[in-house]
Write a protein that binds this ligand. Structure first.
Ligand code: GDP
Ligand code: MG
Ligand code: K
Length: 295
């Protein structure tokens, strides 16, 4: 039997568990998990290499209605992705009925020749009769090539999913070395982890209007990695919240991020964080480009 390889897109509404799934199968924290929507802004790849196949996963931003330019960018990425890959995984929350966005997505998928799997996630929270009911609801919406109930969180049935993917992949070479899990630059992962801590600690007070940029990263000695990162907000008030009383909030963000990053990168770290205001960056194309978003 010859070797198989290919690209698999993970699409679905925010919070259905796409990043959790990616992390479960790749076995390392590459995508950032959060209870809040739209944490994943860029495409993040995870690579799973087995003796029979290499699967390259793409975690797309959630499909949703665009409210501003960044939103439009994310929808474009998602629809574009569907045409470029070998398999599409539509991830849904098995607890909820078919959502309007999912109907919309099913429409977009009608013309697509790529095999499309329905992944019903969070089955750890659903009774079996309920699950069967959900499956038939989705069947009447779109003729999926596979229906795969899983729990990404408990890593239940994720091996079955991998096996089904392998079966449908085209023949092809290994694109990446065996030990590679993500082709994302470390800087991106670092900035995403800092951003995740900001969202977690500030809760609703600082909405998605935050962007983190790693400006400097250098090994100052054998033990310590020095990182200088800037957290951009849209408004002075948000900057105030983020810094907190006597810098308390920013210190907590830094502490949490540093602890996680030290574990992830296996090194001691000196993390220096600054907060700057960049007004209305989300609606300005030049700024989006500066932050690495292409139109
Ligand atoms: P994404 O926005 O689609 O990438 O969703 P995330 O992966 O960030 O997950 C959103 C939330 O759902 C997190 O709190 C996860 O812990 C939770 N979650 C993901 N998968 C499962 C699952 O299989 N079971 C349960 N109970 N929770 C899950
Ligand atoms: Mg995600
Ligand atoms: K999320």
């Amino acid at each position: 039997m010859s070797y198989k390889s290919g690209f698999v897109a993970i699409v679905g509404r925010p919070n259905v568990g796409k990043s959790t799934l990616l992390n479960a199968v790749v076995g390392q924290k590459v995508a950032i998990m959060s209870k809040r929507a739209q944490t994943t802004r860029n495409r993040i790849r995870g690579v799973v290499t087995s003796p029979a196949a290499q699967i390259i996963f793409i975690d797309t931003p959630g499909i949703h209605t665009p409210h501003h330019r960044l939103g439009e960018y994310m929808v474009d990425v998602a629809t574009q992705t569907l045409r470029e890959v070998d398999i599409v995984l539509v991830v849904v929350d098995a607890n909820t009925g078919v959502q309007p966005v999912e109907e919309e997505l099913a429409k977009q998928l009608q013309g697509v020749k790529t095999p499309v799997f329905l992944v019903l996630n969070k089955v750890d929270l659903v009774e079996k009769p309920r699950l069967l009911e959900r499956i038939s609801q989705y069947q009447s919406l779109f003729s999926f090539d596979e229906y795969v109930p899983i729990s990404a969180l408990k890593q239940d049935q994720t091996d079955v999913l991998l096996h089904l993917i392998e079966q449908r992949l085209p023949e092809g070479p290994k694109f990446y070395p065996d030990d590679m899990v993500s082709d994302y630059p470390e800087q991106f992962i670092i900035s995403e982890i800092i951003r995740e801590k900001v969202l977690k600690l500030t809760e609703e007070e600082v909405p998605h209007a935050v962007m983190v940029e790693v400006e400097q990263m250098e090994r100052r000695n054998e033990q310590t990695l020095y990182i200088h990162a800037v957290i951009y907000t849209e408004r002075d008030s948000q900057k105030g919240i983020l810094i907190g009383k006597q810098g308390q909030m920013l210190r907590r963000v830094g502490e949490m991020a540093r602890r996680e990053l030290e574990g992830l990168l296996g090194t001691k770290m000196y993390l220096e964080l600054w907060v700057k205001v960049k007004k209305d960056w989300r609606n300005r194309p030049t700024m989006l480009r500066q932050f690495g978003f292409h139109e």
